[in-house]
Design a protein around this ligand. Structure first.
Ligand code: SAH
Length: 278
């Protein structure tokens, strides 16, 4: 582990050496935007785990499985910045300030996120701000919820005979936007697998829009809650039955997969048994 740590620091210091000169090189820390995966601590990458093992500060929210914090050293500062702290723009600006402040104080900072930092994770905003502030930083990808939910449900997101495209969509757009940028009717026409993030509360409305846009009411949908966690739940619906879904019956976080591939576990029982692996 010691050798690995030196290698990583060399990598960061090398970048700084070119950009900032030797004086700052010794004092500047770094920020790793780490994708923690869907919740099961075994589903973080080796690189992500290494960054946690070396962290002086970890800044996390509820989507990152809390068990991942056990990889951090005992004296690592753990800073919670999740929903209880508010999700408005000021909170996001505060998180960025925090990352920059700790890195400038010479610390190895991990910004731990659920899934992948670049998929509905505000990773782009944070990375941009860090680069503008000339903080050495990197992105460590993670297993996104759609991949974990698909694995849990035994639903291959692509299939040679059924789907050659996958779309990741948010069902919960920024409420400040005046109009929805998601044209559900156009997605209804695609012969693609749709993976809907953050759609739990609006799923009935979304299903109705897809049907209105031309998608078959009998199209299959899988609602996967808490994928990869011990209390994972998987339920199969048709699009028509989704329109009657009571959001209170769904545990959060939930990922919804819609498309022809979702039929496969009912046709190939071996696929349906995959969920038992977790
Ligand atoms: N960056 C994350 C997504 C953050 S948006 C990623 O790549 O997965 C938050 C949404 O992700 C949730 O509302 C839910 O739709 C989905 N999600 C995250 N973890 C999940 C899990 N374990 N099971 C099901 N859905 C999950």
């Amino acid at each position: 582990m010691a050798t690995r740590k030196n290698e990583q620091n060399d990598c960061f210091d090398g970048r700084q050496d070119k950009q900032q000169g030797k004086l700052k090189m010794k004092t500047m820390g770094r920020v790793s935007l780490v994708g923690g995966g869907p919740g099961d601590p075994e589903l973080i990458t080796l690189r992500g785990r290494d960054r946690l093992v070396e962290a002086d500060v970890v800044i996390y929210d509820e989507l990152a499985g809390l068990a991942l914090l056990d990889f951090c050293p005992v004296d690592c500062a753990r800073i919670y910045v999740g929903k209880r702290c508010g999700e408005h723009a000021a909170a996001q600006a505060g998180i960025i300030d925090l990352l920059i402040w700790h890195a400038r104080a010479g610390r190895n900072v991990v910004r731990l996120k659920g899934g992948d930092p670049f998929i509905f994770g505000r990773g782009g905003e944070e990375l941009t701000a860090l680069l503008r502030a000339e903080i050495p930083c990197e992105v460590v990808p993670g297993i996104t919820a759609a991949a974990a939910a698909a694995a849990a449900a035994g639903v291959p997101l692509t299939h040679r005979a059924l789907s050659s495209a996958v779309v990741f969509l948010t069902g919960h757009e920024n409420p400040d936007k005046s109009e929805s940028s998601i044209d559900w009717a156009s997605y209804a026409q695609l012969k693609a697998t749709l993976c809907i993030y953050m759609g739990g509360r609006r799923m009935a409305e979304i299903a109705a829009k897809l049907i209105a846009g031309g998608m078959a009411p009998e199209m299959s949908a899988a609602v996967v809650s808490r994928a990869s966690r011990p209390d994972q739940q998987i339920e199969f619906f048709t699009l028509a039955s989704l329109t009657e879904l009571n959001p209170r019956e769904i545990k959060s976080p939930t990922l919804v997969i819609i498309g022809d591939v979702v039929r496969l576990p009912s046709q190939v029982p071996e696929l349906a048994s995959v969920a038992a692996v977790f």
